[in-house]
Design a protein around this ligand. Structure first.
Ligand SMILES: NC(=O)C1=CN([C@@H]2O[C@H](COP(=O)(O)OP(=O)(O)OC[C@H]3O[C@@H](n4cnc5c(N)ncnc54)[C@H](OP(=O)(O)O)[C@@H]3O)[C@@H](O)[C@H]2O)C=CC1
Ligand SMILES: CC(=O)N[C@@H](CCC(=O)OP(=O)(O)O)C(=O)O
Length: 317
């Protein structure tokens, strides 16, 4: 009994700004069951009232921003105005991902990244597509296998929850197409973080798509292997990825034998409701081609469950 009371007293106080949105709702659900976290909520009628937010922010350990970009910037500025009473901030929006003073919330990115997140006051949660793309690109650039100026192309498909409440409503009302390629202006909001944390000097071409399934995501990068300086094999690529994620509990490189057993097919939803991400290398050495694929839940490792992973690092839970 005493231990339970103590746990409640010592629970970290967390305010989810935008808790009624797609990302916010899932984070709230994930945190609701925990004794080591106390969710502090705002009066829904005052959820957009800066003064009400500021008062509440002064009394919590962490705020998780699940807001559109402009609102996220406003809330981050509110926190900054609190000085010594400021809580830590974890932003799920795109607003601060390559901003100075913000740690990138991808603990598996590279050696020491998790420590950076632990120590940071401000952490930006990665974008869903960016999580898959960077997971594939960064180790290959670090290993010198993929030159920073290589002309990378990225294709992806997302479940419709990626578009938030508005897109969910369209798909559930059956007013949206079953499948749609989009972002054909080639200005997708994830490109800055993919270029920055992928350590690419040449902007990649990214073609996202959305289809009629709620959650799930595949991010794929095709490579002509003989255009890479070291003319690597698919096995070389798999080895580099495997080394980077050898001790990662949330990122798994699927062995070639298992990939072969999938007979050239891959669905997008098997990691839904998990914080897992799987990386695969599909290679054809006869043609010297490879397609690198990341599978994740856009709301899991692509958003809310990644946010919980970052929260645990930031609060030492
Ligand atoms: N959906 C996804 O797969 C992912 C989304 N993200 C990012 O997370 C953020 C939230 O996305 P998502 O949950 O999908 O969006 P939603 O549109 O589903 O939710 C956004 C929420 O923010 C609320 N809101 C808007 N402005 C304010 C404000 N000024 N103060 C308080 N609340 C506000 C909205 O309330 P109301 O409706 O009343 O205006 C809504 O409840 C976005 O930046 C998105 O880019 C990140 C990763 C994945
Ligand atoms: C299907 C769909 O619309 N997806 C969203 C990505 C949502 C997401 O995860 O991006 P943020 O984390 O940056 O919000 C898009 O392409 O804009």
């Amino acid at each position: 009994m005493v231990a339970e009371v103590l746990a409640d007293v010592l629970a970290a106080k967390v305010f989810i700004d935008g808790e009624a949105g797609t990302t916010g709702l899932l984070i709230r659900e994930l945190l609701g069951a925990r004794r080591d976290v106390e969710i502090v909520s705002i009066d829904p009628a005052r959820r957009k009232d800066a003064a009400a937010k500021k008062d509440l922010l002064a009394g919590v350990d962490l705020t998780i921003l699940c807001l559109p970009d402009d609102a996220a910037k406003e809330s981050a500025a509110l926190v900054a105005s609190l000085g010594s009473r400021a809580p830590k901030v974890l932003d799920a929006s795109t607003a601060h991902r390559v901003a100075p003073g913000w740690a990138y919330g991808f603990p598996e990115l590279a050696e020491g990244q998790a420590d950076q997140i632990r120590a940071a006051q401000f952490v930006a949660n990665p974008g869903c597509y960016a999580t898959g793309a960077i997971a594939l690109i960064r180790p290959l650039v670090d290993a010198g296998l993929l030159p920073p100026d290589f002309p990378v192309t990225i294709n992806a498909v997302s479940g419709y929850s990626g578009g938030g409440k508005s897109m969910i409503a369209e798909y559930e009302a059956r007013t949206a197409p079953d499948f749609e390629i989009y972002g054909l202006g080639l200005e997708h909001k994830h490109m800055p973080e993919i270029q920055h944390y992928g350590r690419l000097s040449r902007r990649a071409i990214f073609v996202p798509s959305v289809a009629d399934f709620r959650q799930g995501m595949l991010v794929s990068i095709p490579l002509h292997l003989d255009t890479l300086p070291g003319k690597p094999t698919g096995a070389d690529i798999e080895a580099v990825l495997g080394k980077r994620y050898a001790d990662g509990s949330f990122v798994r490189v699927v062995p070639a034998a298992e990939v072969a057993g999938e007979r050239g097919k891959l669905e997008a939803e098997s990691l839904n409701d998990t914080n897992q991400m799987e990386l695969r290398v599909h290679a054809n050495e006869k043609h010297r081609h490879a397609v690198l694929i990341a599978k994740l839940d856009n709301l899991g490792k692509g958003a809310s469950r990644a946010a919980v992973q970052n929260m645990e690092l930031m609060l030492g839970l």
